[in-house]
Design a protein around this ligand. Sequence first.
Ligand code: FES
Ligand SMILES: [Fe+2]
Length: 407
Amino acid sequence: MNRIAPKGKGELSVDGKAMARGGLAPWTYFNEELNAVEKDILFRRHWQIACHVSDVPGKGDFITFDMCGERAIVMRGKDDQVRAFHNLCRHRGSRVLSEAKGTCRHVITCPFHAWVYNMDGTLRKAAAAETLPELDPVKHGLKPIEMEVWHGLVFIRFLPGPQPSVAELFAQREEEVAPYHLDEMVNSGGGFYEQEMPINWKAVRDVDNEGYHVPIAHPSLQDLYGPNYYDEPLENGTSRSHGYLTETPGKLWSVRHYKKLLPEVSGHSEENKRAWLYLGLYPNTVIGLYPTSTIFYQEYPISAGRTIQRSAAYRYKEETREMRATRYLAERIDGLTGVEDTQLIEWSCEAMESSAFDGIILSDLEQNVRAYHDAFRDSIPVMQLEDAPAPNTVAALNAEMSAETSD
Ligand code: FES
Ligand SMILES: [Fe+2]
């Protein structure tokens, strides 16, 4: 077995001498068997943002969220509690709720044979109950999904996984996040935006995890914070990137007006009152904290070559004219950046299929790409291999290599 250059934290050095500069092997971006392993080990077993509490503001309000073969409902019950369930009827597995979001008036009725569930997930009654064995309201209720609300963001985890609680994961960022009062924000777009991309999900992370491309590829961000941007690579499951607005007035219309209108929001630290702060959560999520708005985005695979990027934006309930205007301008800048990134992601992913592709050479400014690749190789050791394993062996080989590592 040929393994890619050995990894190790020590290799990520600031002087660049010791850093291994290669990336993941190309096969890891195209292999469906590996994709199935990723869905299981990375996506089902790591925390995912489902929504914000303001997406389910009233009793009976719900959102649904499908990811990697899993289907979730987040619903606010009659008791005002927010809960997460599998969107899976206990009779024959139908979705019990089919809309992306909505309000349940009283009970949840499965559209297939009309089993009825209470808003806390318990089974209320089955249609023609006398034709069925005795059913227990809890045992046969909608299966709960592990859930944690952190600063208003609702995180779910479909299966038990290696990460600690979300609060623990972000403990080192707590002091910085608290002044944003995220829990008091509301969805500014009314829902979630989903974009399907014809590439492997890791290609999105590879582009998003570094700022080396900002000066050339993102004129707006360069105009906004340019040389004041830096990335702190992944450590204990989270990464941090920070761009402090430059003093220049801004050449581009959106940036110029953003800088001019940006109000001082009370409570923000000196470092963050004129900065865009991005917190990365391994393996696939970013929370963007801007002075007058917040966003999150996450990417997850449909297959090895198809990815969904899902995002949402949030605003403060009470907004001044300047807050509203700068939120709008930030969305506009993000929109342009997103289009620019999509092109780069597609180009870099398709390059790996070219006969001329000879691996990548990472700059010191791309340490976070390397940090994520190391983390992927830790989570799924088979990704250390230079060549794709023989067909039908990826999952078994990975299990073997994982056992070897944990010995
Ligand atoms: S599948 Fe839900 S009632 Fe039959
Ligand atoms: Fe980018």
